[in-house]
Design a protein around this ligand. Structure first.
Ligand SMILES: Cc1cc2nc3c(=O)[nH]c(=O)nc-3n(C[C@H](O)[C@H](O)[C@H](O)COP(=O)(O)OP(=O)(O)OC[C@H]3O[C@@H](n4cnc5c(N)ncnc54)[C@H](O)[C@@H]3O)c2cc1C
Ligand code: FES
Length: 504
């Protein structure tokens, strides 16, 4: 089956490119925010509103990372989570999780109203549905858990999807929006009065505290009292966040649907092969249906085209919708299901991180902005302990042991891949690991027959990258760095490109 949707995120395709300058000389601000996804944009905005001068520093362009490739349901109902949270963390922490996510949705809606931002915000009911008995038991357990915590959920026997369900949990008054319209509108309010937005400025590292020095690849430095790292996975390895999370990739397709046939709420299924479903209004007055799913750990599947194919088939067979868009992205899963929001390490007092949103980072990014701005402003925050980034427990969960073991196995095992393959064996359109003069090379031959060769060793911590067919990229299975066939960084935590290698 040929893929029919255009390979671009609808959120990016439907917004104008941003054109903020790159950093070209040293600047001094109160707070530097590194990474302009939703977490970075929100943090910078709330700090500027509170009177701080900020510099928002982005390696690429505003909102083109995970936040520009999301489904953008802003929710406190995260598929199934509350029954697990109660089991693993107890009632009080589970209650705070619900409270903080709901407060973040309200804060986002308030900000959009106060700043009069046109970003297609809609308040909607959100459903997690089951289609079989096993799923139904889980949904019912989630209803019980959420109601114990005082959350306003209810059990419903049917939903307005074009197939029967066994039952669903419904949370009313959640939200969905156009994330890039929102991020661009907020970014536009930042520059001036000592604050800045810099694009195409990759941060290499952050040195010192009091003040902090944000060192960029452009050769210039931002000097700041406080630094917030919102690069999805922090680029600073010292906090070991790469070992407290794992990168999960997920896929979306979208196509136009008639309003009369469109489902009214936001939906996600449970179990293997679950689908995430929502609509969004388009700029020309139409409606687009988004369907997501097919998640897997980054760098562990090179036949990624098949995942898009399954989603496009589903869109067509279930809704009769022709795919117009397809895109994919990734997010960091936290081992204990809670994000990490706080100081980089216990020894840091002015360097902060927000990560581990576990594919539910819309409300959590807003929450990160609220919490980190409070922290920098010296305001007590009721959720600070729950999400404390330096909490020790995540290192000893079953998932963390398994994932970190897998990283170790790949670090060693992947070095034997392509041991006997040479450049001649790479066919047009194919990406392959080969060995040349003892070096592990990532080789891609484009359709015109030209060979593109770079080192296969990830510059982050030395794992071997893997081919991603659908995105024609080299993806690192260890902590999720991604690179173009020419070696350029597509996704961190790497701050250096893949080294150029020739096969001559
Ligand atoms: C397919 C998919 C669907 C999802 N759907 C939902 C959903 O419906 N609801 C929900 O709540 N969540 C959802 N999520 C999760 C949510 O989108 C993410 O949790 C959230 O967008 C993460 O935001 P962020 O700001 O941490 O990261 P990003 O948006 O990735 O922002 C990080 C930024 O940092 C920049 N950066 C990286 N390195 C550097 C550097 N060295 N110097 C400067 N800048 C740098 C990047 O270029 C990027 O712009 C989904 C995720 C995926 C992948
Ligand atoms: S992303 Fe960490 S080794 Fe590649």
């Amino acid at each position: 089956m040929t893929l029919t949707g255009r390979h671009v995120s609808y959120w990016i395709d439907s917004t104008l490119p941003s054109t903020y300058p790159a950093l070209s000389q040293d600047v001094t601000v109160d707070v530097a925010v590194v990474g302009a996804g939703l977490a970075g944009v929100m943090t910078a905005k709330l700090l500027k509103r509170a009177g701080k001068t900020v510099a928002l520093i982005e390696a690429d362009r505003i909102g083109r990372g995970t936040s520009g490739h999301t489904t953008a349901k802003v929710s406190a109902l995260h598929q199934l989570i509350y029954a697990d949270l109660i089991d693993e963390h107890g009632d009080e922490k589970a209650r705070l999780y619900g409270e903080s996510n709901r407060a973040a949705i309200a804060r986002l809606a308030d900000l959009i109203a106060a700043e009069n931002i046109d970003c297609d915000l809609e308040r909607k009911a959100n459903y997690t549905f089951a289609t079989d008995e096993a799923g139904l038991a889980k949904v019912q357990a989630e209803v019980t858990a959420t109601q114990t915590l005082g959350l306003p959920t209810s059990f419903v026997e049917s939903v307005d999807l074009p197939f029967p369900v066994a039952g669903a949990i419904m949370m009313p008054d959640e939200a969905q929006f156009h994330p890039r319209k929102f991020m661009l509108a907020i970014a536009a309010t930042l520059p001036g009065d000592g604050s800045h937005v810099f694009e195409q400025t990759r941060v290499k590292t952050v040195e010192d505290e009091g003040p902090c020095r944000v060192i960029t690849h452009n050769g210039s430095t931002v000097i700041a009292q406080d630094v917030v790292i919102t690069t999805n996975l922090p680029i600073l390895d010292i906090g070991l966040y790469f070992a407290k999370t794992y990168p999960q990739r997920s896929y979306l397709v979208a196509g136009p649907i008639e309003a009369s046939r469109a489902p009214q709420g936001m939906y996600i299924g449970v179990g293997e092969g679950y689908r995430s479903i929502r609509t969004t209004p388009t700029n020309d007055g139409g409606l687009l249906l988004l369907v997501g799913g097919e998640g897997h750990k980054v760098g562990t599947d090179d036949a990624t085209d098949e995942r898009f194919q399954r989603l496009e088939s589903y869109l067509h067979s279930t809704f009769g919708v022709e795919p117009a868009y397809r895109w994919s992205s990734q997010d960091m899963y936290s081992f204990d299901k809670l994000p990490y929001i706080g100081t980089l390490t216990p020894a840091h007092h002015h360097t902060y991180v927000a990560t581990g949103f576990s594919l539910w980072g819309m409300a959590k990014s807003v929450m990160a902005g609220m919490m980190l701005s409070d922290r920098i402003l010296g305001i007590e925050n009721p959720w600070a302990d729950l999400y404390e980034a330096t909490r020790p427990t995540p290192f000893v969960t079953a998932t963390s042991i398994q994932q970190n073991l897998e990283v170790g196995i790949r670090w060693v095992g992947d070095r034997f891949k392509g041991l006997f393959d040479s450049a001649d064996s790479v066919k047009p359109g194919e990406g392959k690991l080969i060995t040349h003069k003892g070096s592990k090379i990532a080789a891609y031959r484009d359709d015109s027959g030209e060979l593109h060769t770079v080192s296969a060793v990830c510059p982050h911590l030395g794992c071997i990258v893997a081919w991603n067919e659908a995105e024609t990229s080299w993806d690192c299975p260890c902590h999720g760095s991604r690179f173009t066939c020419e070696g350029k960084i597509l996704h961190g935590p790497a701050v250096k490109p893949l080294e150029q290698k020739s096969c001559d």
